[in-house]
Design a protein. Sequence first.
Length: 452
Amino acid sequence: MVERRFPDGFLWGTATAAYQIEGAVDEDGRGPSIWDTFSHTPGKTFEGHTGDVACDHYHRWPEDVHLMQQLGAPAYRFSIAWPRILPQGTGQVNQRGLDFYDRLVDALLQAEITPFVTLYHWDLPQALQDRGGWAARETAEAFAAYADVVARRLGDRVKHWITHNEPWVVAFVGHFLGVHAPGIQDARIAIQVSHHLLLSHGHAVPAIRAASPDAQVGITLNLSPVRPATEAEEDRLAAQRYDGFLNRWFLDPLFGRGYPQDMLATYGELAPTAQTGDLDAIAVPIDFLGVNYYTPAFVRYDASVLNPLKAILVPPEELQAAGYELTEMGWAIVPDGLYELLIRLQRDFAPSTIYITENGAAFADQLEDGAVRDPKRIAFLHDHFAAAHRALQDGVPLRGYFVWSLMDNFEWAHGYSKRFGLIYIDYETLERIPKESYAWYSEVIRANGLVQ
Ligand SMILES: CO[C@H](O)c1c[n+]2c([nH]1)[C@H](O)[C@@H](O)[C@H](O)[C@H]2CO
């Protein structure tokens, strides 16, 4: 008996990203990306892992589409590798790169799977980085030109487009913390990068719409409810600043409100340089908001003068001591955080449509007697699906849910040490082994709801 039934036509899916699964980094004319450079730089990734082979999806995609078909998920979110399409970032188009995605899209449609295409999931062509990368305004234009090339080739069949995956991570993990490519540690550059990413989104949307009639176009943000560590005034104010840093800095301009005044004041002379018309371009109406949710942000005041935010995240061990169960990433498991986030988005921004474009968890999956029993992932997904269902009942326009991830893959700086997949990858043989959660999710999709 289905206790929590989702609306008819609800788009259940899975998600991946090019650099994390494809491999074949030197094949068919692909150029190097900043993640090729970064992962090959000693000390940057777990045990020097790279995406050179990854899951070899570039060659094994027919098997992977078959596994999606067997799962029964009606949608699949994947990203296109800019360096396969424009190896130098601009200029000469690599037709063999377009051909790969053309074949993949046709196979998905043949399998009655709706493709959701992410145009940028962090693998900037190295040639563009050599010309300033996202810190250079020209890269925003290069992105719009890349989007145009891809949409012209696939736009007759791809009708769901995501310009960017998580501009906050690209800007602040890649250019402030420096633990993602390109490994820059500069707050001013990071804030300027966030502006150029949003600007590139604003210029890409009209290009996609022109080349892909009646398409739905959106952007995916990593968003979290922000919870103060204590009710102390300084912690509550720190949480407010962190909410501006993580959430409102992107949501406000995308929904036509410009950059939040409190954050411009907090950033002071670190604030981005914008040109006339930039904010109007960024505020181009979108058809949906993609939400990546994994865990709330628990925040406390930090007096360090080197930290303009004066707010830091509570460390995982403290959360564990406070009773939270953690995933292998050290992220607290808080399904209600998803409900809280969705209700807030509906209340404060009222997007016409929301897709959860990523939600999932890494656990210490073990292959035993040819099987992978992952009850923690089943419990994680069950409880987050239930939270999404509650939000739907409270009026949130949620139209789909993409589990991260279809298969274990290259988890950025963690390399292959963290497993998020519904399908286990044996990295020795590249064999695909569906986990118990794969069968469980298949049942949820078939029932279009939770059965208990
Ligand atoms: C706080 O988590 C982030 O929102 C986030 C988590 N994740 C992501 N963003 C990225 O979009 C994926 O490429 C990662 O593989 C995935 C799992 O780490």
